[in-house]
Design a protein around this ligand. Sequence first.
Ligand SMILES: [Zn+2]
Ligand SMILES: [Zn+2]
Length: 219
Amino acid sequence: MKCAVHPEVDATGFCRNCGKALCSECVRDVKGIYYCEPCLAAMVQQAHAPVNRRRGEGHAWAAFGLGFIPGLGAVYNGEYTKAIVHVAIFAGLITLASTGPRQSFYGGLIPIFCVYMPIEALITARKKAGLSASFAPAPAPTPAMESLQAPAEPAEPVPAADRPARPPVAAIILIVIGAMFLLDTLGFWNIGRAIDVGWPLILIGIGGYLLWKRKWRAT
Ligand SMILES: [Zn+2]
Ligand SMILES: [Zn+2]
């Protein structure tokens, strides 16, 4: 009998788990019982699975807790575009609830959004950890929220070298917001009015960017 990996070498033992013939170089002796390396690796991984599961559960609840602060739950999950969208929606709702003609309507949407964000972060974190996403009941997002939801980032981390260079969206948005407040302070324009007009434009811009990114990735 020859080794399953090295056809020119005689086998010295057989894997207890899969029965593969193993040479002295391939055999892994665990307290007198022979295993092949793939089987041993699988067993070690299986032994660690409950630990990873518990860890994933902990991460999911951390995401839930942070989710009450707009954008933080998504940041915790590594979804930066979604975080920006959440902050933009939250800021928009706050603005619309304090100015404009439909204050009570937008004021009522704020608590709904504050419940939606942590639950969304919890479900995303569980999905990323490979846990069932159906643990928590999915919130019924309003159609507006559904259409604004950013697509989930790819779960598997892409090696830094393969990652396409991303435009610094967060930096651009911070600069734009900062410039708006500066202009307001200097009295060049009314920021309340500007946000009324501006924040839907920002959301449209982000939506357009996401569509463009998806199309660009597909080709
Ligand atoms: Zn084996
Ligand atoms: Zn071998």
